[in-house]
Design a protein around this ligand. Structure first.
Ligand code: PLP
Length: 340
């Protein structure tokens, strides 16, 4: 293993030894290439640079207490990338190619997988871009699918804790019939101003209502929203949010615990009835929300009376983390051992 300060890592970028690449030319995917260069040589008229033909994914590899290295639901990431590909007219990456490349890039960089004790993990970033030159607005003929990895620290420096979020009505991340359900860079560009403003005002992240009516709850920046109401796990149904694999897993675990699960439009007024709420995604698993302010109306929705994560969120968080680390039985076959 590399001699790095694993416990001191944050969510930055640390170079590793290799990335893996595969090119799409003449209507088909080529061979997987191993590369030690961190740079790309790209045509200045590539469609990814001008017309946003760029898709990405994000998942993690975990060094587990039993010494094995596991990845979590990589087939789901592969399937979601295929949906994104169709959404912005790029050729789909076969699931088997995606999984082979993820496995390969982890094994090539295994000296960079953080120790279990550090609570850090190896972040895996698949990237698909249109590379052929074009000035007219239409899809590229050629594509590059690349995966790099970088070790990242735990999302919470001080452990699992609550954070405040803020509803911003003056910004939209995505349109109802736009690209919100696809993992594309353009959605992130659209969120940067709201995100910067939220941080400036001391919030963990901006929070979006639906773009059309500003009546329903959408997403917490780059994470899905869920809430706990009695014995029910509630999460929004909307055409402009990204289908989070973490959220899907939490819904299943909630059902396993005997809870009801509701995926439906959530009107803003209903926020006052929730006992717990959180943002969820690969980076943090769950980021419990202390309170959510509506910047325009001044209304505050409080989800934690004492500032601590609620009991249901804590239980779901521990359960999911323990499955990812091979501690809890993996009943749903979510993890894949990539290094024995
Ligand atoms: C990636 C992403 C998420 C979280 O998805 P996971 O699969 O749980 O990591 C949520 N919202 C947006 C906008 C995203 O891009």
């Amino acid at each position: 293993m590399k001699n790095l300060d694993w416990a001191g890592l944050n969510f930055g970028y640390i170079p590793t030894d290799y990335n893996v690449r595969c090119y799409y030319r003449d209507g088909k995917w080529g061979e997987i290439e191993t590369c030690s260069d961190e740079y790309l040589k790209l045509h200045m008229a590539a469609t990814c640079l001008h017309y946003g033909q760029e898709a990405f994914e994000g998942l993690k590899a975990y060094r587990c207490p039993d010494g094995k290295v596991r990845v979590f639901r990589m087939g789901e990431n592969a399937a979601r990338l295929q949906e994104t590909c169709k959404g912005i007219m790029m050729p789909t990456v076969p699931v088997s190619l995606f999984e082979e490349m993820v496995t390969k890039v982890i094994r090539l960089n295994q000296e960079y997988i953080p120790t279990y004790e550090s609570k850090a993990a190896l972040y895996i970033r698949p990237l698909l871009i249109g590379t052929s030159a074009q000035v007219g607005v239409k899809p590229a003929e050629e594509y590059l699918f690349l995966i790099f990895v970088t070790p990242v620290g735990p999302y919470f420096k001080g452990g699992f804790s609550t954070n405040p979020y803020v509803i911003m009505r003056n910004f939209d991340r995505s349109a109802p019939l736009g690209t919100g359900m696809y993992k594309v860079g353009g959605n992130y560009a659209a969120s940067l101003r709201a995100n910067a403003l939220a941080h400036e005002k001391g919030y963990a992240s901006e929070f979006y209502l639906d773009a059309k009516e500003k009546k329903y709850v959408d997403e917490c920046g780059a994470a899905n929203f869920f809430a706990i109401k009695g014995n029910t796990y509630v999460t929004p149904k909307s055409t402009s949010i990204l289908p989070s694999i973490t959220n899907d897993s939490l819904m299943q675990l909630a059902r396993d615990l005997g809870m009801e699960v509701e995926r439906r439009p959530i009107p803003e007024e209903e926020l006052v009835t929730f006992e717990e709420a959180g943002a969820c995604g690969t980076a943090a698993v769950i980021s419990p929300i202390s309170y959510l302010d509506d910047m325009e109306t001044g209304q505050r929705y409080t989800f934690s009376a004492d500032g601590k994560p609620g009991p249901v969120s804590t239980r779901l968080y521990n359960l999911l983390r323990n499955i990812q680390y091979g501690i809890e039985e993996d009943k749903h076959g979510w993890t894949t051992v990539v290094i024995e």
